[in-house]
Design a protein around this ligand. Sequence first.
Ligand SMILES: *[C@@H]1O[C@H](CO)[C@@H](O)[C@H](O)[C@H]1NC(C)=O
Ligand SMILES: *[C@@H]1O[C@H](CO)[C@@H](O)[C@H](O)[C@H]1NC(C)=O
Ligand SMILES: *[C@@H]1O[C@H](CO)[C@@H](O)[C@H](O)[C@H]1NC(C)=O
Ligand SMILES: *[C@@H]1O[C@H](CO)[C@@H](O)[C@H](O)[C@H]1NC(C)=O
Ligand SMILES: *[C@@H]1O[C@H](CO)[C@@H](O)[C@H](O)[C@H]1NC(C)=O
Ligand SMILES: *[C@@H]1O[C@H](CO)[C@@H](O)[C@H](O)[C@H]1NC(C)=O
Ligand SMILES: *[C@@H]1O[C@H](CO)[C@@H](O)[C@H](O)[C@H]1NC(C)=O
Length: 402
Amino acid sequence: MAPKFGVAILLFLPFLAFMVSAQVPTIFDITKYGAKPGADISGALSNAWKEACLSSTSSRIVIPPGTWSLSQVKLIGPNKSPIELRVQGTLKAPIGQLPNKDGEWITINYVNHFEISGGGVFDGQGTEAWKRNDCHKNKKCAKLPLNLSFNFINNTYIHDVTTKDSKNFHVNCISSHNVKFQRFTISAPGDSPNTDGIHLGRDSNITIIDSIISTGDDCVSIGDESREIHIENVTCGPGHGISIGSLGSNTAEKDVVGIYVKNCTFISTTNGVRVKTWPSAPAHLQIKDLHYENIIMNNVTYPIVIDQEYCPHNLCNLKDPSFVKISNVFIKNIKGTSYYPEAVTMVCSRTNPCENVQIADVDLTYSGKRGPTTTICANVKPTLVGKLNPPICANITGAKSS
Ligand SMILES: *[C@@H]1O[C@H](CO)[C@@H](O)[C@H](O)[C@H]1NC(C)=O
Ligand SMILES: *[C@@H]1O[C@H](CO)[C@@H](O)[C@H](O)[C@H]1NC(C)=O
Ligand SMILES: *[C@@H]1O[C@H](CO)[C@@H](O)[C@H](O)[C@H]1NC(C)=O
Ligand SMILES: *[C@@H]1O[C@H](CO)[C@@H](O)[C@H](O)[C@H]1NC(C)=O
Ligand SMILES: *[C@@H]1O[C@H](CO)[C@@H](O)[C@H](O)[C@H]1NC(C)=O
Ligand SMILES: *[C@@H]1O[C@H](CO)[C@@H](O)[C@H](O)[C@H]1NC(C)=O
Ligand SMILES: *[C@@H]1O[C@H](CO)[C@@H](O)[C@H](O)[C@H]1NC(C)=O
């Protein structure tokens, strides 16, 4: 009996240790590090962070309820044990410029086993800043602060927090693995230029789930070398939709593989799901395994777009095609309304036609005066399944299709 019991204890011990470290973290409350309402808490937060990184058991940094001023902060790992940053209060960015105006507002880099939680708010104070400067008239105005930058982070869970601002909203998550954003609310007005909601790149296994993203640019933009990106139950709008690219301009770019957009809703966005690659651009990468499923488009200007002649403001040369190869695209159960008649656009490269594109059960209607919804297709010959409104690629332009 005794040896068996001993074995059981031995087996149980690591689990026990895990439970203990997971359930009773050491608390690092920023008020114990000198944080005071009304004063800049960046020093207190940095000091709490440094100690948490050195802790050999898990820790929880607490920003208690209330309103806190944070000028700018860089929280860098490595961390020895898991860290949770519990933001219960509202963090307010400076109304004017950041102390280091080339940096982001909050940067968190090189951490593993990290969590952000707490129900709090990251407030970039764009609305205030907006009133006080002339960015609406002057493009060269001082940049408004609001960037949350989470780079080189692994095994991270960011949930139940809100980021709000107005101009210049941006969450970057680059070179990171196994990161989940859940109930992560982003709100910025639809007229804020170039303010992607969440920008991903060089990442793998990123999940964005149960979230509402309102912004002036892409809700989620996916850069090169992204793999296994899951976007599920996300409501996007206003904004420019969920976008891969634009890609092709840099020969160092690597493949994008495995993008899943499921059970999402787009409300009055300019695009729904979109892939953009530059024509006459040098890079030869692949974009493959794209799954767009169970999506509601509500008054979306261009619900589905694959554009391999992406050329905003005519800033490129259409002479040569894009060398980016797009394949294995699965579009299934897309319903709703299109604000323009061109509900589906698939303009693929003439040298690298889109391959293995499957489209099933699309019902997109247009309520305006310019006739029924239609599709624009080039260099693509999709496999069609189920009921399709509009008829997909009924009119193929561009000869080579596969
Ligand atoms: C936010 O991040 C993007 C991409 O890194 C950068 O171009 C932009 O300047 C940043 N904005 C601010 C206000 O830091
Ligand atoms: C994150 O994971 C990548 C890939 O496994 C690894 O190269 C990197 O060192 C890890 N970074 C941290 C901070 O754990
Ligand atoms: C993907 O990331 C999640 C955390 O968001 C993790 O639970 C899961 O094990 C990861 N999957 C792989 C294959 O690494
Ligand atoms: C989808 O996300 C919303 C939050 O945006 C949440 O309230 C809802 O429960 C989620 N739906 C499912 C099926 O999990
Ligand atoms: C996604 O939507 C489909 C169809 O509406 C539903 O059957 C499925 O359960 C949903 N999945 C999740 C994870 O909510
Ligand atoms: C539909 O979208 C257009 C263009 O984004 C917008 O101007 C219009 O207000 C939207 N209509 C509704 C009913 O939301
Ligand atoms: C195909 O083109 C013809 C002639 O341009 C046009 O009348 C028709 O509406 C188009 N059909 C679709 C489904 O776009």
